[in-house]
Design a protein around this ligand. Sequence first.
Ligand code: CP
Ligand code: NVA
Length: 301
Amino acid sequence: MNHLLSLETMSVEDMRRVLDLAQHLKANRHDPSYQPLAGQSWAMIFMKASTRTRVSFEVGVQELGGRVLYLNSADTQLGRKEPIRDTARVLGRMVHGAIIRTFAQQDLVDFAHFGKIPVINALTDDEHPCQVLADLLTMIELLGGYENKKVVFMGDGDNNMSKSWMWAAEKLGFDLVICAPPAYQPSAEYLAQFNSGRITCEPDPATAVAEAHVLYTDVWVSMGMEEETKKRLADLAAWQINSPLVKLAAPGAIVMHCLPAYRGQEISEECLEAHADTIFQEAENRLHAQKAILSLIAESR
Ligand code: CP
Ligand code: NVA
């Protein structure tokens, strides 16, 4: 595994290897003899805000023996429009890898090309692969696996999270229902990329969650879309995960949220607190999944 740019481009074998290694690393978190990043420096280029991703990568790289440099747009020349390709050519001569959170997916592709060092997608407008790998790890822990499970992605069905979920369902073999009003469903062109029959759209929440094992949601206003806040909150108001909806899912269904959560919007306060153990286990799993990603990239160099 040389990069993790997206789940779209990640092989099924690498997904499985990440999930297997993540379980091992979680069970052996403080093994001081495992230092695959010893002597390495990794740049973290973050053009958007972050709590979980930043902290889990900083801690993860350090636990694997490496060090990180946190670089944001305000403090680097990227904020003054230095091209990504020039930044990549500089950093590529100095650091061993780059963890990037930005807007355009193409910026990651360009960075990998010009920097010639491993690049990990820490969220773009197109995908959030590290989050979904951590979510799959959580499904393995709580449900015994993801195969043939039914996941309902509720709310904004056309964002970075829903897209990473679609690629995971297509490649790993579980059912994914995108439950969103028509204007917030993925385009027909996007859906045409999938031919497993595992991915469907169902606008009615009660119908969508029937027999579901996982109810999943994300913010209704992704970073960069703040101007649409008022419209989105109104348009998506009926697509909230709440306790009455959970009761319509399969017995023992779990509720997941990538966080940050906006109580009273995509999830009710009561429902979030009732499922907090799952949701914060999911957040912790970012660390373990990403340590596995970093380790497998280091191993292949
Ligand atoms: N879920 C997630 O990526 O959280 P942050 O935006 O806090 O990193
Ligand atoms: N869709 C959200 C995910 C946040 C982790 C966003 O892009 O803001």
